[in-house]
Design a protein around this ligand. Structure first.
Ligand code: PLP
Length: 290
């Protein structure tokens, strides 16, 4: 990640204020709960030629995560302006850029306001993964499929700053010679990747698992399905078992900065990469302007 632009959002003043800073400036205190506890939320929106993609869906998910963590309701207009300013700063960048926006619970021990900022950065080129496909392994997340109902304090499905587990899963994938992961529940339901949503095509229908399993509502998957539906291609939100994946004709991991990356092996088993469908899906994603 190469930081390009930074906007601090001061949430302690009425209405909030946005100030621009150098991207390498030190602005966050060492006793901020975002740093000491990973207690906060974030979003990453891809930016093409200065326009954030799927911004409204990211803002809606940001507000959903805030509710799940009992954080103050974010003023979405303020956040929209901050992300827009960061994106506009990067309009001249030739490649894919992105804005990560963060709200933490603020400073430990103080009755302080949340801390907020929006960081614009140069994203990794998504083209290689889209063209070549990913080697993926299944890993047990260790929770049942109904964890969101039985144990909401585990925050399954909130986009919190605590991604150390997701990163550990990716290192485990690397140890197994793979690029990425699909988590499964302890009782065998297919969930999501550590930073992506799964779409599987089974008998011509594009299927993604439901958020009721304690997974994130994927903004990219949402836009892929909207585009497919416009073309009359069948889509479905449905639970999938590990066995169901054996019948899948093609599969993709989708995320804001990677688009739809096809899966070429799953636990070492070859999966057909549908290059034409992948290209059509990613062309649709690149055409978004919101
Ligand atoms: N699931 C998880 C756990 C994620 O962290 C992400 C994105 O980072 C996604 C799914 C995909 O979401 P989006 O398509 O909105 O980037």
């Amino acid at each position: 990640m190469k930081p390009l632009t930074l906007h601090l959002i001061d949430l302690s003043v009425p209405g909030g204020s946005i100030t621009r800073h150098e991207p390498d400036e030190t602005l966050v205190r060492v006793d901020d709960l975002g740093i000491t506890r990973g207690d906060g939320i974030f979003e990453v929106a891809a930016v093409l030629h200065g326009t954030p993609l799927a911004l409204e869906a990211h803002l809606a998910r940001f507000a959903r995560s805030a509710r799940m963590l009992d954080l103050p309701e974010p003023d979405l207009d303020l956040w929209r302006r901050a992300v827009g300013a960061a994106a506009a700063d990067m309009a001249d960048q030739p490649g894919l850029t992105a804005v990560k926006f963060i709200m933490t619970r603020g400073i430990e021990g103080a009755a302080s306001a949340p801390t907020g900022w929006a960081l614009g950065f140069l994203a990794d080129d998504p083209a290689p993964a889209q063209a070549e496909g990913l080697d993926v392994v299944l890993l047990d997340r260790g929770y049942r499929h109904d964890v969101a109902d039985t144990s909401p304090w585990l925050l399954a499905g909130a986009k919190t700053l605590a991604y150390a587990i997701n990163k550990a899963a990716l290192r485990e994938a690397e140890r197994r010679g793979a690029d990425d992961v699909i988590f499964i529940s302890s009782d065998g339901y297919v969930l999501e990747g550590p930073s992506s949503t799964l779409i599987a095509r089974i008998d011509g229908t594009y299927i993604t698992p439901p958020v009721s399993l304690g997974i994130l509502p994927g903004t990219t998957q949402g836009d892929v399905f909207a585009d497919l539906e416009r073309q009359g291609v069948p889509t479905r939100v449905d639970t999938l078992s590990v066995n169901d994946l054996e019948t899948a004709g093609a599969m993709w991991l989708c995320s804001s900065t990677r688009g739809a990356a096809p899966i070429r092996t799953l636990d070492g088993r070859r999966i057909t990469v549908d290059h034409r469908a992948t290209e059509l899906i990613n062309t649709g994603l690149d055409a978004r302007r919101q």
